[in-house]
Ligand binder design. Structure first.
Ligand SMILES: [Zn+2]
Length: 274
């Protein structure tokens, strides 16, 4: 078996201060081979990159989260773009729309998302998309982008719908457009039957897994801080829903994540370079 890839863990956040390296070691012990550490702004992109430079199986991203959209200006935009020259930065993210919390206005979110999508198309880099209570506006912006950008991706996935919370129809729409769907560890919660129904109907080739650490611990760890070692619980739930072995889910979702982010095969998430 090849192990598991946590495609979304905010290990540079204060919740992991002084514990990120140990969390990465616990993940390795649990069979996690790679971790993608998404950014929400410039500072967190740099924090993620620092972790990625220390650990062979850790990768960073750069981008502005919808919550931080009001802070994006010309200067920060060009600094984000410069980070894509770093080989350890593998995606534009996380970006998107969140009309639930509204930490930035709708206008600010739409403008920041547009700016990030333009960068992603120019660089042919996959996007990590956050969408909450904004599926209609998301489709209006993301679907035309996908139809335009697909030519530059040479068959690779265009991005991932992270912490997916939409309907089966939404999921299928984005799979058809060339995205993959990320199954979060909260899929194990009793109240998530709707999400389990969606996941059970999607092809395994379209799925990756994530923790979104430190948020949303799986049912078996309820009340604790989430961390990458627990991503195996999302894989276990998919294995049950699709009636296949856990190892097989690890293999398929890891292959999907490698294709998405263009990752080489690594054996040990904790290792240094060279
Ligand atoms: Zn996130």
């Amino acid at each position: 078996m090849t192990g598991f890839i946590d495609t979304h863990a905010h290990l540079q956040e204060p919740e992991f201060a002084g514990d990120a390296d140990a969390a990465i070691q616990r993940a390795a012990d649990a069979g996690v081979t790679e971790i993608v550490v998404p950014a929400v702004d410039l500072a967190s992109a740099r924090g993620g990159l620092e972790l990625a430079r220390r650990h062979a199986g850790v990768y960073a991203t750069a981008g502005y989260h919808p919550h931080e959209a009001s802070k994006l200006d010309e200067e920060s935009l060009s600094q984000v773009e410069a980070l894509f020259d770093e080989p350890r930065v593998v995606a534009v993210g996380e970006i998107g729309l969140d009309f639930y919390r509204m930490h930035s206005t709708e206008q600010e979110q739409l403008a920041a998302f547009e700016a990030m999508l333009i960068l992603a198309e120019r660089r042919a880099m996959p996007v990590i998309v956050h969408c909450r209570d904004a599926w209609e506006a998301m489709a209006e912006q993301l679907a035309p982008w996908a139809r335009r950008a697909v030519a530059r991706f040479e068959g690779r996935p265009l991005g991932v719908l992270h912490y997916f919370s939409g309907t089966l129809e939404e999921a299928q729409r984005y799979v058809e457009l060339g995205f993959v769907i990320s199954v979060h560890t909260s899929v194990t919660h009793p109240k998530q039957q709707g999400l389990r129904d969606v996941v059970s109907r999607l092809p395994l080739e379209a799925l990756v897994i994530e923790t979104d650490s430190p948020y949303g611990a799986p049912q078996s760890q309820r009340g604790k801080r989430n961390e990458p070692a627990f991503v195996v619980e999302a894989a276990r739930q998919i294995a049950i829903l699709h009636n296949v072995d856990l190892d097989y889910i690890g293999d398929v979702t890891s292959a999907n994540a490698r294709r998405l982010f263009g990752l080489p095969v690594t054996a040990d998430v904790t290792g240094g370079h060279g």
